[in-house]
Design a protein around this ligand. Structure first.
Ligand code: HEC
Ligand code: HEC
Length: 391
């Protein structure tokens, strides 16, 4: 378990470091504007909604708009560049009290808003009481409308919580009965978030406005607590954004498609076959079909997600100490593998800067399959990497 204490200057330094890693990477990053793709076959009304939501998603909000008073970034696009991943991240804290996980709400948790919109007032810092402090990378938001359209029973058909087939892999569903600030919700299958801790995209939109931008909405009307500055207010009275803003941003995400996969080459085809024979497909399930959906472009589509949307124990080195819904500290959702060529860093906290490193860092339930990858010739390993990068 990690037990790090970051001060604000260190956090800011870490954020600026993100741009300096080029030399250590084995791949160049594709142009992020190419990862922003609208679903095919939208009606003109849907297209208009996508465009309005897009403007809000990439807009940089100001103190007059109600940004803050404390926030992580001033725009969704700062952490979801090109509707993808990063460069911004979230800092998540927690501790254990009497054997129970505590998201530390009264200390300003579960995430730290390290910037301030108010001149002369510093942003939040990590409370010394925090036992777990870990960055979380922002997963891409593209293709998430398709994810939400997968029928629950399709996802559950891959679950094997007691490892009945004795292959060492026991993916299970994260059923949500509480959201991540501890408020009870209707029990539902979680499918979004790094630990599948939220079931609906809309929950992410209002959570993100509040926790990442410090902006209140009709669904989240109270500003976050900063125990160091409890009386500081932002520049706007009442709710900072309307329900309609939330709905537009939600629609932009819902109507975003995955960027296209790169065309096949002999190496990519060989990599795809190896990805299957080695057993990566046991968790990174190649495709699923969406159910009937009111938006025709999301309805009955077979989509290459390369995920089972289940949570897996990935071993102690990938633990973050945090409980999310039913997901334990070592458990992570199998991430969707689409769009990897647009990302700078991999795994939940971005600790891997190459796809090869990300694969090698698999542990827990994935140990045998990681070892099978390591036992391949370096040429074959490279084919798997080329295939994943083409997704
Ligand atoms: C400071 C960085 C940051 C900002 C700003 C940000 N996000 Fe995120 N976003 C994240 C992180 C980190 C996660 C993963 C959180 C987790 O699982 O704990 C995430 C996850 C998501 C997801 C779920 C994706 C998936 O498949 O799991 C959606 C949807 C989302 N964000 C939407 C938004 C919207 C809408 C905004 C703007 C209102 C926004 N985000 C602003 C960092 C950010
Ligand atoms: C037991 C299930 C399981 C198996 C088997 C598995 N993975 Fe994963 N994979 C995961 C999980 C869970 C994560 C996320 C871990 C984290 O973020 O800490 C992950 C992360 C990744 C990532 C990083 C993705 C990102 O968004 O940063 C890549 C790339 C990847 N896996 C490729 C592979 C390849 C290639 C194989 C086969 C050699 C494989 N995986 C086998 C479950 C699995």
């Amino acid at each position: 378990m990690r037990n790090n204490y970051f001060s604000v200057p260190i956090i800011v330094a870490l954020f600026t470091l993100v741009g300096c890693e080029e030399a250590t990477r084995d791949i160049s990053i594709a142009d992020p504007t190419e990862s922003e793709v609208m679903l095919n076959g939208l009606s003109s009304v849907e297209e208009q909604a996508y465009k309005e939501g897009r403007d809000l998603f990439f807009r940089t909000f100001t103190v007059e708009d109600g940004l803050g008073p404390f926030f992580a970034e001033a725009s969704c696009g700062k952490c979801h560049e090109g509707a993808g991943r990063g460069p911004g991240k979230v800092l998540r804290i927690g501790r254990t009290v009497n054997g129970r996980f505590d998201p530390m709400i009264e200390f300003g948790g579960p995430t730290i808003q390290f910037r301030s919109a108010i001149k002369g007032i510093p942003g939040e810092s990590v409370p010394p009481e925090a036992q777990f402090v870990d960055f979380r990378v922002a997963p891409a938001v593209f293709g998430r409308g398709l994810v939400e359209a997968i029928p629950e029973e399709t996802i559950l058909s891959n679950a094997d919580p007691y490892d009945a087939d004795a292959d060492g892999i026991s993916g299970r569903a994260n059923y949500i009965s509480m959201n991540f600030v501890g408020a009870p919700t209707h029990p539902e299958l979680g499918r979004h978030g790094l630990k599948a801790q939220l079931s609906r995209l809309m929950d992410f939109a209002d959570n993100a406005f509040l926790h990442d931008l410090g902006m209140t909405s009709p669904m989240r009307p109270s500003e976050l607590i900063n125990p160091a500055a409890p009386n500081i207010k932002d520049g706007k009275k009442g709710n900072d954004i309307t329900q309609s803003t939330l709905e537009k941003v939600d629609l932009f995400i819902r109507l975003s498609d995955f960027p296209p996969m790169l065309p096949d080459t002999p190496d990519i085809i060989a990599g795809r076959n190896l990805f299957a024979t080695v057993g990566c497909v046991k968790c990174h399930v190649p495709s699923m079909t969406t159910g009937p959906h009111p938006v025709a472009a999301l309805s009955n589509k077979s989509v290459s997600f390369y995920s089972d949307f289940l949570i897996h124990d990935m071993g102690p080195t990938l633990s973050d100490g945090v409980l999310d819904g039913d997901a334990q500290p070592q458990e992570w959702k199998t991430p969707v593998l689409r769009g990897m060529r647009f990302f700078r860093e991999f795994l939940h906290d971005g600790r891997a800067t190459t796809l090869h490193d990300a694969i090698v860092m698999h542990g827990g339930e994935a140990t045998a399959i990681r070892d099978a990858y390591l036992n391949l010739s370096s040429a074959d390993r490279d084919k798997i990497v080329q295939f994943v990068r083409a997704l």
